[in-house]
Design a binder for this molecule. Structure first.
Ligand SMILES: *[C@@H]1O[C@H](CO)[C@@H](O)[C@H](O)[C@H]1NC(C)=O
Ligand SMILES: *[C@@H]1O[C@H](CO)[C@@H](O)[C@H](O)[C@H]1NC(C)=O
Length: 384
């Protein structure tokens, strides 16, 4: 029997170019030279090849065909469960240390000064070399504030970097960079997902593909309702591409892309989005299409503290009277779970965007407003 026959039999069938490897040593040498030690060497080579191939088959079975064997599948499910348990545990530990429930709230956190805690070292002054130079950090996550909001740590307010951080570091051309916000997002740390109504209010939405798309894709909460306000109806429109998530699957293999086209917003999500082409305001005025947003939230939407409500607000200065009203109304602090607000002010760095019209409001007042919101229990971030 030729050595190749063993390999070609059905017992071991592999795609490796085995015959070349095996046939070569199997060519019988002249009988006179074929000593006992030579024969043993050939056998060892053959056995090694069989062991290597069997190992290869076993690894392939485990790595690629686990699902075909219920028994093996059970094993892998076990290890997956324990992995999940492990990572859940580490998350719990993290949540506990983030929430730090055992810590007592320092008395200064019941004052505006407490929430205005600014580390002057982190304020970027012109021509000053900073200890931790944020210009040398692509993904800069600032330290937590000394004071918690609703018992949770939140980013320390930074009067320069938090206001358009990526932009001031020249890593983004406008407002795209939100890495400084990611570790602090409420829905990543508190279970908002089990609330029945999960609502996003995008006040001052601009076009569909800016903040609205960012929240739909990136914010870790599955919204059941989205209300987007933008007075200009040519600016804010729903995409009508008829994107189908089911039709966007390519059969999974390593040579093709897994989706056929860039995913869009599926129709069922579009159905949950309501567009409002009105001014977000503190008062109602049909003449100028202004809507009293506080009334809208409480009466029209009938939102309560039991709902998950995330608010993004970028309404060109109208935030001032509205937020002052909300701070005087503890019901609003209970309704709004998390608030992202672009506070408008006059500062040389923003005059190119026509922010001089917000004079005499200064950047320091914007900072104080954010601190005051936190003091009143709003989990508030500077947006963007
Ligand atoms: C930081 O600077 C402000 C004014 O620029 C000052 O009022 C405040 O006391 C300083 N804080 C610290 C901790 O030095
Ligand atoms: C806006 O609505 C709220 C809630 O209904 C109300 O308390 C407030 O007075 C209204 N604002 C104005 C300016 O009338």
């Amino acid at each position: 029997m030729h050595a190749c026959d063993t390999i070609h039999s059905n017992e071991i069938s592999c795609s490796l170019s085995v015959p070349l490897l095996v046939c070569h040593p199997a060519i019988p040498p002249p009988a006179s030279e074929m000593g006992v030690s030579n024969k043993a060497a050939y056998q060892r080579v053959l056995y090694s090849i069989i062991v290597i191939l069997a190992g290869y088959v076993a690894i392939d079975l485990i790595a690629n065909h686990m699902e075909s064997f219920p028994a093996l599948h059970h094993l892998s499910a076990c290890s997956r469960t324990s992995r999940a348990a492990l990572s859940k545990e580490s998350l719990d530990v993290k949540a506990r240390s983030v929430a730090g429930e055992e810590d007592d709230e320092p008395a200064k956190c019941r004052t505006l000064e407490g929430h205005l805690d600014i580390d002057n070292k982190s304020v970027l002054l012109e021509n000053q070399v900073m200890e931790d130079d944020p210009y040398r950090q692509m993904k800069w996550i600032g330290p937590p504030s000394a004071c918690r909001v609703r018992g949770l740590l939140i980013e320390r307010l930074d009067p320069e970097m938090n206001f358009r951080r990526g932009f001031s570091l020249r890593h983004a051309s406008d407002v795209e960079d939100k890495t400084h916000l990611l570790p602090w997002l409420l829905a990543a740390r508190v279970d908002l997902g089990s609330r029945r109504r999960r609502v996003l209010l995008d006040l001052g939405a601009n076009s569909f593909f800016t903040s609205l798309t960012w929240f739909l894709r990136m914010y870790p909460l599955d919204f059941t309702e989205v209300h987007a306000f933008e007075v200009d109806d040519r600016l804010l429109r729903k995409p009508t591409s008829g994107f189908s998530e089911y039709g966007n699957i390519a059969s999974p293999n390593q040579w093709s892309l897994m989706v056929k086209q860039t995913p869009g917003i599926p129709p069922w999500m579009l159905d949950r989005i309501s567009l409002h082409h009105s001014f977000v305001s503190d008062f109602d005025d049909d003449g100028i299409r202004a809507i009293n947003i506080t009334r809208f939230v409480k009466e029209k939407l009938a939102l309560t503290a039991a709902d998950a409500v995330i608010v993004k607000m970028d309404i060109e200065g109208s935030e001032w009277p509205i937020l002052n009203r909300w701070m005087a109304d503890s019901e609003m602090a209970a309704i709004v779970d998390e608030l992202f607000v672009e506070v408008h002010y006059d500062h040389p760095s923003m005059r190119g965007y026509h922010w001089a019209r917000f004079s005499p409001t200064k950047r320091e007042s914007a900072l104080a407003l954010l601190a005051e919101l936190r003091l009143h229990g709003f989990f508030a971030h500077a947006w963007p």
